[in-house]
Design a binder for this molecule. Structure first.
Ligand code: SF4
Ligand code: SF4
Ligand code: SF4
Length: 321
């Protein structure tokens, strides 16, 4: 089904949910103020649902808003967002009966900075960017250029394991297929893994020296749901409030431990970072470690206990010295 048909169906379903009083809010996407962007739409108004859109730029993980809203919510969810919702249910942050999941099988989200790099133009200079099966078609100065989707999707989308929501009330389209070759998704991580330890340490020192501790990575992350974060504690004070690189690094190391088994590799923390620190090199590494060591993937089963709240006698323990 094309995006336009999915969008029409979404609007019909969302309107019906509000009219029938089955939900208090709808959370979805509407057109953003900048070219080729979308922005979250949170509404109680049945006429506003005509602003809902589905296109290759619906990037936000909307599950982030669920813990903020009171009442029943109809939420548009791609594969990774869907797993974040399930993970929040597992952590008792959201009740399954309070969400109506409008699942969107997801073919991957276009990373405009990759498009800009390939065509050598700023996004404002592009006439159009559309998805056509395995290709992305970019129109510049009236001329069409085609790129394989694998060159212009976000890195996390290139490695996506579950693009089609598994837990939903309404599935708005047929299943979406995966990008077959996932090597590009881990390229940055593998470069880091190939570095000698000292060089890797220097790399992160340089990266975290640029962190301004804005906490955008924390704010956007659905797995970071604590009302009070350890960074705000003063007794004991785990890290200094000023953004020294060492404290910035500790912030991310502890954040990664806290989201282990909750992170769905939605890529939002890295995308939100205003200074482009490659945070996914840490979160995806932790995601893979959790999978390799504990055979656990976040948000796969709403009845399963969260990773950090249970153990198996067969769990590896050779890291305890
Ligand atoms: S990670 Fe998967 S489900 Fe999430 S936006 Fe990318 S392709 Fe879609
Ligand atoms: S979003 Fe980037 S700059 Fe802001 S706190 Fe996180 S790592 Fe630091
Ligand atoms: S840590 Fe980053 S990639 Fe993982 S769930 Fe949070 S925002 Fe998404």
């Amino acid at each position: 089904m094309k995006d336009r048909e999915t969008e029409q169906r979404l609007r019909r379903e969302a309107k019906a949910l509000l009219e029938q009083g089955k939900v208090d809010y709808i959370i979805g996407f509407e057109t953003g103020s900048l070219k080729f962007t979308t922005t979250p739409l949170i509404t109680k108004d049945k006429d506003s649902v005509d602003r809902l859109i589905i296109n290759p730029f619906i990037v936000n993980n909307l599950s982030e808003y669920l813990t903020e809203l009171k009442g029943r919510v109809g939420i548009v969810a791609k594969g990774c967002d869907n797993r974040s919702i399930v993970s929040l249910i597992q952590d008792n942050q959201v009740k399954r009966e309070d969400v109506v999941i409008l699942g969107v099988p997801c073919p991957g989200i276009i990373d405009l900075s990759k498009v800009e790099g390939l065509v050598g133009k700023d996004r404002d200079e592009l006439d159009d960017v559309t998805r056509d099966g395995d290709k992305v078609v970019v129109t510049v100065d009236g001329e069409k250029k085609e790129f394989p989707a694998s060159e212009v999707l976000f890195d996390n989308c290139l490695g996506c394991e579950f693009p089609t929501p598994q837990e939903y009330n309404i599935l708005l389209d047929e299943s979406s297929s995966l990008v077959a070759d996932k090597t590009a998704s881990r390229k940055g991580i593998e470069t880091l893994e190939g570095m000698p330890q000292e060089q890797r340490w220097d790399f992160w020192e340089k990266e975290f020296s640029r962190c301004i501790r804005c906490y955008a990575c924390r704010s956007i992350c659905p797995a970071c749901f604590c009302e009070r974060c350890f960074v705000e504690e003063s007794e004991p004070q785990w890290i200094a409030p000023v953004p020294r690189w060492q404290d910035n690094l500790i912030f991310q190391v502890i954040r990664n431990i806290h989201v282990a088994g909750r992170c769905t590799d939605c890529g939002e923390c890295e995308r939100a970072c205003p200074v482009n620190i490659p945070l996914r090199s840490l979160t995806k590494e932790m995601y893979d470690l959790v999978d390799d060591l504990y055979h656990f993937k976040a948000g796969m089963d709403k009845e399963a206990a969260p990773l950090m709240t249970h153990y198996e006698t067969t769990d590896p323990e050779d890291f305890i010295k």
